[in-house]
Ligand binder design. Structure first.
Ligand code: SAM
Length: 211
């Protein structure tokens, strides 16, 4: 979180028509998971859903399933004929996400894969409208390069945690993930293959459109 907690609370109270499923899944993730803070909150889930809707996305790749919140958000956003593929390397998370989502009919639009995301991406020849990067921070550049190959022209990449609790903006902070994300953000800002912007929503999200 990088915003003041009162602003977070205000945003959470104004999430529009976000499905109740987003709040329920967020709460269950807090109760059932040791690292419950990793789940997208209701506002971020609504944002992901809206991005898929605005883009008219029919095929979404979700990198880092955890308890399934981002996959579910995209499942709502892609509509009846859309598909979401979600990738998770931790078998326990992979099993749990499928169990938690089974009560929602929209989850029929999701394919759950267990294994390393980068390996899956390297072997895939599918084409996606939208790709969400939210797994291992040290792998972000590898995911990004693989995503550019799998994304259609005009498609969207969304990258989570790019502000890393604000540490990227402090050049004296040499923590490993802060340094990696700082270099990643610099690369995206200078990348002529894409148009991008960083949004200070939650822990920072970058929107990247492939030219
Ligand atoms: C921050 S959580 C994802 C949160 C989820 N996207 C959401 O919006 O609630 C990151 C997940 O990525 C998974 N992960 C980490 N490295 C991975 C890899 N190399 N391949 C696939 N999944 C990975 C972790 O096990 C964890 O469940």
């Amino acid at each position: 979180m990088i915003l003041h907690s009162s602003i977070e609370t205000y945003l959470d109270a104004h999430v529009g028509d976000a499905p109740e499923a987003f709040r329920k899944l967020w709460k269950k993730s807090q109760w059932e998971m040791v690292y419950g803070h990793m789940v997208s909150d209701v506002g971020q889930a609504q944002f992901l859903r809206l991005m898929a809707q605005l883009l008219g996305a029919r095929k979404v790749l979700d990198i880092g399933t955890f308890t399934g919140q981002s996959a579910l958000a995209f499942a709502f956003g892609v509509g009846e004929n859309g598909r979401v593929i979600t990738l998770e390397k931790n078998e326990e998370h992979w099993v749990k996400a499928q169990r938690l989502l089974q009560e929602y009919p929209e989850s029929n639009r999701i394919s759950f894969h267990c294994g390393d995301a980068f390996m899956w991406m390297k072997e895939s020849s599918e084409v996606f409208d939208l790709i969400f990067i939210d797994a291992e921070k040290q792998q972000y550049d590898a995911y990004y390069e693989a995503a550019l190959v799998l994304l259609r022209s005009g498609g969207l990449i969304i990258v989570d945690n790019v502000l890393w609790y604000g540490t990227v903006a402090d050049p004296t902070n040499q923590q490993k993930d802060a340094v990696t994300l700082r270099q990643f953000n610099q690369k995206i800002a200078e990348d002529s293959r894409v148009t991008s912007v960083i949004l200070p929503l939650r822990d920072g999200l970058t929107l990247i459109q492939k030219k």
